[in-house]
Design a protein around this ligand. Structure first.
Ligand code: PHB
Length: 385
């Protein structure tokens, strides 16, 4: 009788546990910018994420997905409070975010401390898959180093010798320029001046005057969102477009060409996505995204879509039990992700190992010119896992 009761009890506990995993909705905390210079990037990521979840019956790992949203305003000063609100207040199962490297670094620190599952669908902060790397942290975008490094090789090959860089003074800008400089100087080029302004300022005039006076062979830049729109327009209006060729990480022209109103025509950039790729998954994705949101997708939409894909791969392996970090990590590490950008895998540090494309802006598109760097892996300096 005692044994029978014990068995019953064990069965009840087992039922309760699996019922918990299967039946309870999966709370996804979307921490993204809804205001400020990166607002449109946040929207595209959210749209991409939701498109994938909808294509999978509104579920991930067998659990119905529910969303809790926070506007992080791309403000690092508010990041820790925002992420704690999601983890402790809303008790989310999974964190997805964000765009800004400084905000995402704070999210990664908290995720590492608490063990909360985190998928980063944009921010390139090298540290997230460097010193902050952890079994429960994944990124579906890039490191800031990656597009910069690829462009350093491209511009050296084009024969430029002296380049000025210009960007926002924070992790994304600094690391993008560092990646560029590493590859460019390795091939004999020289970065003669590094110009900066605080994020998200857009008073470029004095710096453009300095570029004109310095007369470099070319300029390398990292700007994104509304700031990229203003920068390209100002560069053109200053009469520099024809005299000092402008290059950049692809964020300069991704999702921004329409608003640039033709000023960005012909700009060459490097990125892990491009228009008109010969990738079957991309064709289906572009059609579904355009139909759902009445606007074409960009790199941010792809990264959001792939964040949901990565979560599904991990959560399917554990039937939705987010506490099984090691099994989730093992499943994701073994997977090939069927992305619209082309298939990619995640490195041991959980950052995409991916092709970086050279693209040229034409109308409102960034078609691929060539593969600038095949299966480029970030060096993941400082990652111990
Ligand atoms: C970043 O802060 O890491 C960042 C922001 C916007 C981009 C790319 C990177 O388009």
């Amino acid at each position: 009788m005692k044994l029978f009761r014990a068995t019953l009890l064990a069965a009840a506990v087992l039922c309760a546990t699996s019922a918990h995993a299967d039946d309870k909705p999966l709370k996804v905390g979307l921490m993204l910018p809804a205001t400020g210079t990166y607002a449109t990037l946040g929207t595209a990521i959210e749209n991409g994420f939701k498109l994938y979840v909808d294509e999978n019956g509104g579920q991930l790992g067998g659990r119905k997905v529910e969303y809790v949203k926070v506007d992080d305003e791309s403000d690092p000063a508010k990041a820790t409070d925002n992420v704690n609100k999601l983890i402790k207040g809303d008790k989310v199962d999974v964190l997805v975010g964000t765009v800004h490297s400084g905000v995402a670094a704070a999210m990664a620190k908290t995720a590492k401390d608490t063990g909360t599952l985190l998928v980063v669908p944009n921010a390139g902060a090298d540290a997230i898959t460097g010193p902050l790397c952890a079994p429960n942290i994944f990124r579906t975008s890039f490191t800031n180093w990656q597009p910069g490094y690829a462009m350093g090789e491209v511009m050296a090959e084009k024969g430029y010798k002296k380049v000025v860089t210009i960007t926002w003074k924070y992790a994304a800008g600094d690391e993008s320029v560092n990646g560029f400089k590493e590859a460019f100087e390795k091939s004999g080029g020289e970065v003669v001046k590094q110009l900066n302004l605080p994020f998200p300022n857009v008073e470029f005039q004095a710096l453009l005057t300095e570029i004109a006076a310095t007369k470099p062979d070319a300029v390398y830049t990292f700007f994104a969102g509304a700031g990229a729109v203003k920068f390209v327009k100002d560069y053109k209006a200053a009469g520099l477009m024809d005299s000092i060729p402008l290059y950049g990480a692809g964020f300069l022209t991704d999702g921004t060409l329409k608003a640039q109103g033709g000023a960005g025509e012909g700009l060459m950039t490097t990125l892990h996505y491009a228009d008109e790729l010969d990738v079957p998954k991309d064709k289906a994705f572009r059609e579904a995204y355009s139909k759902a949101y009445s606007t074409p997708p960009d790199v941010y939409a792809v990264q959001g879509y792939d964040a949901a894909q990565v979560l599904k791969i991990g959560l399917d392996a554990v039937k939705g039990d987010v506490s099984k970090t090691a099994d989730i990590a093992a499943a994701v590490e073994a997977a090939e992700i069927d992305s619209p950008r082309g298939k990619f895998t995640l490195s041991k540090a959980h950052n995409p190992v991916q092709d970086i494309y050279l693209r040229e802006a034409k109308g409102e598109k960034n078609p691929m010119v060539s593969v600038a760097s095949k299966a480029l892996a970030d060096p993941a300096k400082g990652c111990r896992m």
